[in-house]
Design a protein. Structure first.
Length: 161
């Protein structure tokens, strides 16, 4: 068998192995075209949402907010996400309970008025935020509101190139 025949046989074997594994050399990336990870505003100045988009639409992060109870007034409280989901641009997450309070968000990620990633509000988290509170009598109350959280400007010098 000549060199050309061996080369063709090796290429065919490589293609068969890739096909058997369910991948091709030109397989599309599993991450979304845009990475929405970053910091977003929350309800008051100084409070924020940290959003991390991971593989397969899994979302992690936390809400960092000021405590509003007498025992924690003015202290930062971090509400870590139970894993959330991103399906296309539809975003949902629920936080862990901290001092009897947890949050649920259902909405979408949209393009905002910012012109570049270095501008505030390049992305917006728009949807319904529900604040759940467990009272002293173990009774849960819920308060929902429509929100639009603005992305913080991203440092373009450290962005992947």
């Amino acid at each position: 068998m000549g060199k050309l025949a061996w080369t063709i046989a090796a290429m065919l074997l490589l293609c068969a192995l890739l096909r058997a594994q369910g991948t091709t050399p030109n397989a599309p990336p599993s991450k979304p075209a845009e990475d929405y990870s970053g910091m977003y505003s929350f309800l008051q100045d100084g409070e924020f949402v940290q959003l991390n988009i991971e593989d397969a639409g899994r979302v992690t992060g936390f809400i960092s907010r000021y405590g509003d109870l007498e025992s924690d007034h003015g202290q930062f409280l971090d509400h870590f996400f139970k894993p959330g989901t991103l399906d296309g641009k539809k975003l949902t997450f629920t936080t862990q309970t901290v001092h009897g309070v947890w949050y649920e968000f259902t909405g979408a990620i949209e393009r905002g008025p910012g012109k570049s990633l270095g501008d505030e509000a390049y992305y917006l988290l728009k949807g319904t935020l529900t604040q759940n509170t467990v009272g002293g009598n173990k009774k849960t109350s819920s308060k929902s509101r429509e929100v639009a959280f603005k992305s913080f400007p991203q440092d373009l010098d450290s962005a992947p190139k």
